[in-house]
Ligand binder design. Structure first.
Ligand code: BEZ
Ligand code: FE
Length: 275
């Protein structure tokens, strides 16, 4: 007969996962139990609060679909997504930042330099840079997957007025690791606030739902760690209050006027860590 009490329930629940064969999976499960129990004990969690939390998770599941993950948004607004990005970042390499919900696999390949401006309204700008390894060597085999929002703040998936794949592309860097994308200056926008991740969790804190204007990039090169990151506009008013904690000083860049370009230029050196 067992006698489960307040002073032994955590140890019992942790030990119940001792038989998980994979050591990492066992650690993840046992630490989860430890920390959930510690949270309930520290807050003296009540039945009403526990039921409310379960109902919240049900609502998050109900609103989720193939095109929307409310759990991912919850992770974003709690800072968990950004924490995982920071844990995976390598000192000396360009830091990672949130993937967000608007990446789609298989964007069209375009020439390098690329021109994504097409019929888009807004300020034309040039994003250009160089991809290199930790010793400064150009990574001539690197590829970029790029996406951003339009001048109205919307990604093409949210906006019927934009053609599919608007303001996104994949490209190969040149032999010196360089790339250039002529595009429209992205704009700040609000993360979705119509679901439980936002309206059941955040508003009482008086937080803003705005994200500062940014480009999204996934940079890959053989024998190097894939980088999922963002580049932010130094002039943006929401840099200090990003709703999902994605801003890092190394990712904030100014648009400059330079004699070699007819539009404002944002320059970035991207450093990939060795695999
Ligand atoms: C985005 O960058 O597009 C984004 C990130 C997190 C939540 C919502 C949107
Ligand atoms: Fe975004």
């Amino acid at each position: 007969m067992s006698d489960i009490r307040l002073d032994n329930i955590t140890a019992a629940a942790v030990a119940s996962f001792d038989g998980v064969p994979d050591a990492r999976r066992r650690e993840l499960l046992q630490q989860l139990v430890q920390h959930l129990h510690a949270y309930a004990k520290a807050t003296r969690l009540t039945h009403d609060e526990w039921r409310a939390a379960l109902a919240f998770l049900h609502r998050a599941g109900d609103i989720s679909s193939a095109n929307r993950s409310e759990f991912s948004l919850l992770s974003d607004v709690l800072g968990l997504s950004s924490l995982v990005d920071l844990l995976a970042s390598t000192p000396g390499a360009t830091p990672g930042s949130v993937l967000g919900p608007f990446h789609t696999v298989g964007s069209p390949w375009c020439e390098n330099p690329a021109d994504l401006t097409r019929d888009n309204p807004g300020e034309v700008v040039l994003l250009r840079g160089r991809v290199h390894g930790p010793q400064g060597q150009p990574l001539s085999d690197a590829t970029l997957d790029f996406w951003q929002n339009a001048a109205n703040g919307l990604y093409w998936q949210m906006d019927d007025s934009q053609p599919p794949d608007n303001l996104r592309c994949q490209l190969k860097v040149d032999a010196a690791g360089r790339f250039a994308i002529r595009t429209i200056r992205p704009q700040p926008y609000q993360i979705p606030t119509d679901g439980p991740a936002w309206h059941d969790v955040v508003p009482s804190a008086g937080r803003s739902a705005w994200r500062p204007a940014h480009y999204h990039l996934i940079v890959q090169a053989p024998a190097h760690r894939t980088l999922v990151t963002e580049l932010f506009d130094a002039a943006d008013p929401y840099l200090a209050s990003d709703a999902v904690f994605g801003v890092r000083a190394a990712l904030v860049r100014r648009y400059e006027t330079t004699p070699d370009a007819d539009v404002p230029v944002m320059d970035i050196d991207i450093v990939l860590a060795a695999a």
